[in-house]
Design a protein around this ligand. Sequence first.
Ligand SMILES: C[S@@+](CC[C@H](N)C(=O)[O-])C[C@H]1O[C@@H](n2cnc3c(N)ncnc32)[C@H](O)[C@@H]1O
Length: 260
Amino acid sequence: MQGEALTSTTDLDPADFYTGIVAELYRPLRAFSPEPGPYAAFIKEAGGPALELGCGDGDPLLELCRRGLEVDGVDSSADMLDRLGRRAREYGVRATVFHQRMESLKLSRRYRAIFLAGPTFTLLPDDDAALASLRGIRAHLAEDGTALVPLFVPTLTRLEEIGRVRTAVGPDGAELRVSVLAEERDEAARTQTALLRYERHHGEDHSVEERPWILHWYSRSDFQALAAAAGLVVTAVTDAHGAPAPASASDLNFRLKAAA
Ligand SMILES: C[S@@+](CC[C@H](N)C(=O)[O-])C[C@H]1O[C@@H](n2cnc3c(N)ncnc32)[C@H](O)[C@@H]1O
């Protein structure tokens, strides 16, 4: 363990992490924004309609819709979906989104392309949630459909970064802050938990919340076995540039199809 004792001020289900103050601070403070290009290329190759799991407040879903692709979205956070709805109106695009968890997916149509943009799948806290999600993907894939699941193996935050505050200014002028207070890693459970502190300061408003952020990772063979148990076969494992991924790669894009 690094940093202070890992206790949070809330007891949240991992699927509810991106709610409240986190949904508000997510966009201004995020470290990573998925480029729409690779997902547009994936949908063109796999065919539509497409479904983004963990679409959050709309990146890359809204840009893909703006480009004329038919992409629905699913997210477990109503707060993130509210933000997506507001951004869709500003963008002038229509998007159909569903407030559901990917581990209990229940939609009325099937998709030729199902994808996560970035390694959102690692937010599922354990293999049971992963298997349930893969079964949901299988059930919603069209006969010739393809799923794209990016995965990565997280590394521990460097010791000198623990407690370091990242700041941004919100649209209303509020000072927004996020920092990692502590982190622990369980190699056997393939789980890393960071205690994150979110702050919003504006006039008399000083909102502070500490939440555990859980990442659960997979070896290539672990993921392949879960996919097989869900009735899916891995058809390709590529790196960020679409080239076959070497055995040592820790960032992997899995393509999956329904097993025969
Ligand atoms: C890192 S954000 C990415 C959002 C968006 N794709 C982006 O890059 O801006 C991850 C999203 O996955 C959603 N999420 C986390 N666990 C989920 C689950 N079990 N089912 C559905 N969505 C989930 C969160 O609510 C959050 O909006």
